[in-house]
Structure formats: C-alpha cells, structure tokens
Design a binder for this molecule. Structure first.
Ligand code: URP
Ligand code: ZN
Ligand code: ZN
Length: 455
C-alpha cells in the first residue's frame, strides 16, 4: 500500500525543506509540494514535525557471548527498542571465539538476526584468529555474503584480541578486498598489567575500571592501529573513541593520507567517569571499554563532532543486567571490577539523547545530527539506499516530534535489561513514528527486517 507523508519538515545531512514524500514498493518515489495521493494511499500529516532519514547504528552487540555470560537482548527486543528510538538499521559485531570457524559464526549471527530482527541489518565480521583457513573463510564472507567490513579487537587479551601478525594479515587482506577494518583500540597488555596492579593493591571497585585503561592506553591503541593502516593501505574505522588524545592521533594520521574514520558512542557524550563512582556498586552500570572519561574529554568530543572530525555516533549497545550480571564483579562477593561485563545498553536512547544534547542544546546543527546518526554510516559502510531522503532510496523515515518532553527510564524502555544508564535523564523531542521500507512500524505486529548486501 502506498504511503504519503505530507507537510513535514524534511531534514537530511544536506537539505532542509517542507514537502510531501510519496513512498511505494518500499522506496521513496517522489518528493514535492502538494503531491497527488492515488486511491488506497495511507496519508500521514506531519505538519509541525521533523522528518529524518531512518537512523543507522553502525556498532551494536546483540548476540554477544562475553566475559562468561551473554548480553541480554535478543534480536527481537533489541530491534523493537531500536525502532522505538528511530533506528531503522543497525550493524552488529560478529564476535566468534578464537577457536570458532568464521563461516559458522557468520551463519549463527545471521540466522539469529534473520529469525528475529525487525530492523534492517548488516554485520562487521569479527576476526579473532587469522590464519590461512580463516582467511579463506573471510574471503567467502565478503564475496558471497556482502559483509564488507572486518572487526578486530586490540583489547581483550586471551579472548577476542588479535596478535600483531594477525592484525597485519587482516589489514593486508582488507586492502586487497577493498573492505574496511573496524577496530577496538586499546593496548591489551597494558590493560592486563594495570588491572593486576590495581587488584593486588585492593583497588577492586568499579571506579578503578577507568584507571586500569586510562587515556594513554587508548591513544596507544589508536596509534598502533593507524600504523598498520598506513603500512598496508587498508581503510579503517575506529570504534567507540572516548577521548581527545585518541581523536587527535587519528586526525594526525588522516592528515598524512591514512583513510581512517572516527566513531564515538552516545554514552561518552552524555555520561562521564564520575558515574562509575556511584555508591553501592551502582558504578558497575557504567563500566564499558574504553571507559567513560572526564567532562573535559566529553566537551572535546562534542566539538570534534560539530566540526565533522568525528564521523558517526553509534551506541556500542551491550546490555547486561545489573543484578545477575554486573554483580559478577561485586567486591561485596569477593570479586573485582575486571569481572564486570563491559557495556551500557543504549540502542533505544541514542537518537533521543543525541538530539536532546545536540541540536536542542545548540551544540550541533540538525544537518550534523543527521549525518552523524545516519548518513555518514550509510556512506562509510556502503549501506545502499539508506541514510538520505531522496527518490530511489528506501523509505526508511522517522517522524519526530520536537515538542515532546519526557524522561528516560528502565520502567518504560523496551530493551531486555533491568536498568538504564540514563535513568531520569530528560529528553527533548522523540520519535513519533518509524517507517521501515514504506511501512509504519506496528510494534504489535512488526514486519521482518532484511540483511543488507554491501557489495
Ligand atoms: O564495553 C564494551 N564496549 N562492551 C562491548 C564490547 C566492546 O568492546 O565493544
Ligand atoms: Zn569494543
Ligand atoms: Zn562494541
């Protein structure tokens, strides 16, 4: 059934106008003033509302075996939460164990998403072992399945982390295939050494997570990764950049011609290291890696985002319950911060928080907001027909009410996790309706999402 959205203020990364949008066969087919609506057309009057391209989250974890447990969402709960927050497409990290076959991991993650996701989706293929056999399988995942990005962890020694010879091989393969290497950049050895020192000194609470992986540890990781990009000619993307030093190093490599893009994530923009000092182990809710930093770093990230130095704002959605899971690292039970599952759930809140603290606070233009939350990810990762409002694009649209005022709470969120890291935070504006490929999302009977071929 055709869909027409009338009188909305259409805002993209590059344009801003009041117009009607006509959608048919899952795509936008016309944009203009007073468009005719054929019989059977569903018409939504969006007067007074903003209309954005569907938002894209380029970094989420849904199926995530990690630190002795599993992240809480499944693809249904995560995708419905995403859609409620205006995200129509996400990119999930496939994180195989080192002894797992890459192709089997790809099929496992793909089949879970295929069965349950109500958002459109793609993947970054995690490379946690790189040898001749893994290389053969990675070639097939790129060529036969259209997953055209890899993910490497320079952190998490003994788990997902790769060695330097493996990193070199992954980058060389990526350069040959023309695919992007995304990377978690922290020096894994330094993290392990500092964790051991702190725990031995009895510094075991969540507030010691940041000192175990301070700014220079991340900065070294970024320098390390960019050096491998420089030597191999691979295209890179640094995930969850948390601090000034890391951004500046990436920019210095960019200025020397290295093709590397910078992502930050919403927790770094609205939370800071003081949150991990909250009493009664509540600080564990805010343990993620790299860690939340000081307000000075946060202010720098906003400036870098406004200047366009940071390309994308993702979530790094990684939901672990406070009670049963974060408590795995509770000193009251004889444990320590190194055992707290890392991650902050945020797939539902990213767009609303970014709008509230960005355009609504005068920190970000509406165009930069759309670019960072949608368009730049589409361009970076070749998500064809996503990230813009134009004829021929998928009819992924968000009708957004800028006059809404509310508050975030775990009591009302859709994510399958028992807390919100943003509990009580005020929200200005919210998603009123989400449209995925021309259908208004019905949360009682959602339609299945599709995997995007990025070749
Ligand atoms: O703390 C985090 N970031 N958890 C998810 C795994 C990762 O490193 O992205
Ligand atoms: Zn990471
Ligand atoms: Zn992540």
């Amino acid at each position: 059934m055709p869909l027409m959205i009338t009188n909305g203020r259409l805002v993209t990364a590059a344009s801003d106008c009041v117009a009607d949008i006509f959608c048919e066969d899952q795509q936008i087919t016309a944009i203009g003033g007073n468009l005719p609506a054929p019989p059977e057309t569903t018409v939504i009057d969006a007067a007074g509302k903003l209309v954005f391209p569907g938002f894209i989250d380029p970094h989420v974890h849904i199926h995530l075996p990690f630190m002795g447990t599993f992240a809480k969402d499944d693809h249904r709960s995560a995708s419905l939460a995403a859609l409620a927050g205006g995200t129509t497409t996400y990119m999930e990290m496939i994180c195989p164990a080192r002894d797992e076959q890459p192709i089997e991991a790809f099929e496992l993650w793909r089949d879970k998403a295929r069965a349950d996701s109500c958002c459109d989706y793609s993947f970054h293929m995690g490379v946690t072992r790189f040898d001749a056999d893994a290389q053969r399988q990675l070639r097939s995942i790129v060529a036969d399945h259209g997953v055209t990005s890899f993910k490497v962890f320079l952190a998490y020694k003994g788990a997902f982390g790769v060695m330097d010879d493996e990193l070199y091989g992954v980058c060389k393969l990526a350069a040959e295939l023309g695919v992007t290497v995304t990377a978690h950049c922290e020096n894994a050895d330094l993290v392990a050494l500092r964790q051991a020192e702190l725990v031995a000194a009895g510094k075991v609470g969540p507030e010691w997570h940041e000192p175990s992986r301070p700014v220079p540890v991340e900065a070294e990781g970024v320098h390390h990764f960019c050096t491998f990009l420089q030597l191999t000619g691979a295209r890179g993307y640094i995930v969850h950049t948390s601090c000034r030093d890391a951004v500046e190093i990436a920019l210095s490599f960019q200025s020397r011609g290295v093709d590397v893009a910078i992502e930050t994530v919403i927790p770094y923009l609205v939370l800071d290291d003081t949150h991990t000092h909250r009493p009664d182990f509540e600080g564990a809710k805010y343990v993620m890696s790299p860690p939340l930093r000081s307000k000075e770093h946060q202010a720098y990230l906003w400036d870098a985002l406004a200047a366009g130095h940071i390309a994308t704002v993702a979530t790094d959605h990684a939901p672990f319950d406070f009670d049963a899971q974060k408590r795995m690292g509770d000193p009251a039970a004889g444990k320590d911060f190194t055992l707290i599952p890392n991650g902050i759930p945020s797939i539902e809140d990213r767009v609303h928080l970014l709008y509230t603290h960005g355009p609504a606070a005068g920190r970000l233009s509406l165009h930069r907001f759309v670019a960072a939350a949608s368009t730049n990810a589409a361009v970076q990762f070749n998500l064809k027909r996503k990230g813009d409002i134009a004829p021929g694009y998928d009819a992924d649209l968000v009708i957004f009410d800028p006059d809404y005022r509310g508050v975030i709470s775990a009591e009302t969120h859709r994510m399958a996790v028992d807390y919100s890291g943003f509990e009580g935070m005020p929200i200005i504006g919210r998603t009123e309706a989400t449209i995925l490929r021309g259908r208004v999302v019905d949360f009682d009977e959602p339609a299945p999402g599709l995997m995007i071929d990025r070749r």
